[in-house]
Design a protein around this ligand. Structure first.
Ligand code: SF4
Length: 294
């Protein structure tokens, strides 16, 4: 429909094409949505699904997680990557219990004040759990809006206030409809308006997309470089943490030393884990996941 707004077209498409993801179910609740949003940062849906289900089976409420040790959160995080998210999620649960009686707050400022909850996550929870009118802007939404509205090939490497404003301008005034539009923009950005191969032929806004109308001019700004993993400190940190996750007892340094041959890089990675609070050093050259101060 040519006179449809971008939001209306996106919602119409979303109603019949959205992936059936459990955190989108009406009964999911704010805690489940918050956990999903933190897990989904830089991690594909297929890897998040089993981890999310296991996490909520074990800790169905913030209070349940807050009552457990932070090291257990890191253990349950498994191989999702960027394990500081697990620690921050534990801190977030503790703060929700202390400040909000164990309920995820619905106020944007209160959400933004929680540990580990940034602008994107706070707005996502406010929109998807509490049906508020919030611009929810991740990398995919930025790219979709940059193309459809600004006619640019991509949105550039960092989120700017202008990205929030550009997305907010597309949202309908009715909060629940705006929240649905935000979910639709995210889905289109994730599976239709992809970075490398936008599927314009099936896109619900193809007849009003500025980038397509301009003949899909190529990217002329700075583009993101693909991230590498093999051989990085991130890989070494992951190997060290895997040893600790698999052990219920404290681990001697000798068991960590075998995971990586380069002692300088290994020590640097271990030092970084300790500095980040992901590993606790104990007397006797032993190491463990953090046990908290309970
Ligand atoms: S028409 Fe193509 S470039 Fe434009 S928003 Fe849709 S998928 Fe993206």
């Amino acid at each position: 429909m040519a006179d449809e707004t971008i939001a209306a077209a996106a919602i119409r498409w979303f109603d019949t094409n959205a992936r059936d993801l459990p955190w989108r179910h009406p009964e999911a609740g704010a805690w489940a949505i918050l956990v999903s949003e933190i897990m989904l940062q830089q991690t594909p849906v297929t890897r998040v699904l089993p981890a999310w289900e296991a996490w909520l089976d074990r800790w169905p409420t913030p209070g349940a997680l807050a009552a457990d040790e932070p090291g257990e959160a890191i253990r349950m995080w498994g191989r999702l990557g960027y394990p500081r998210r697990a620690l921050r999620l534990h801190e977030c649960a503790v703060a929700i219990v202390a400040r909000h009686d164990g309920r995820v707050p619905n106020d944007l400022d209160a959400l933004l004040a929680l540990p580990g909850v940034g602008s994107y996550t706070a707005r996502a929870v406010a929109a998807f759990a509490y049906h508020q009118r919030q611009a929810v802007v991740d990398t995919n939404v930025r790219r979709f809006v940059a193309r459809a509205v600004a006619g640019a090939a991509d949105a550039g490497p960092t989120t700017r206030p202008a990205d929030l404003d550009a997305t907010a301008a597309l949202l309908p005034s009715e909060p629940a409809v705006a929240a649905r539009a935000s979910a639709a923009f995210m889905e289109i950005g994730a599976i239709v308006c992809t970075a490398r191969a936008p599927r314009c032929a099936i896109c619900p806004v193809t007849d009003r997309c500025a980038w397509r109308a301009a003949g899909r001019p190529s990217l002329d700004g700075p583009s993101r470089r693909p991230q590498t993993y093999a051989g990085t400190d991130r890989q070494v940190r992951g190997l060290l943490l895997a040893v600790l996750r698999e052990s219920d007892a404290a681990v001697p340094r000798a068991r960590l030393d075998v995971v990586w041959a380069d002692p300088v890089q290994r020590d640097r990675a271990l030092g970084g884990l300790i500095e980040d609070g992901l590993v606790d050093p104990l007397p006797g050259n032993l190491f463990t996941l953090p046990r908290g101060d309970r």
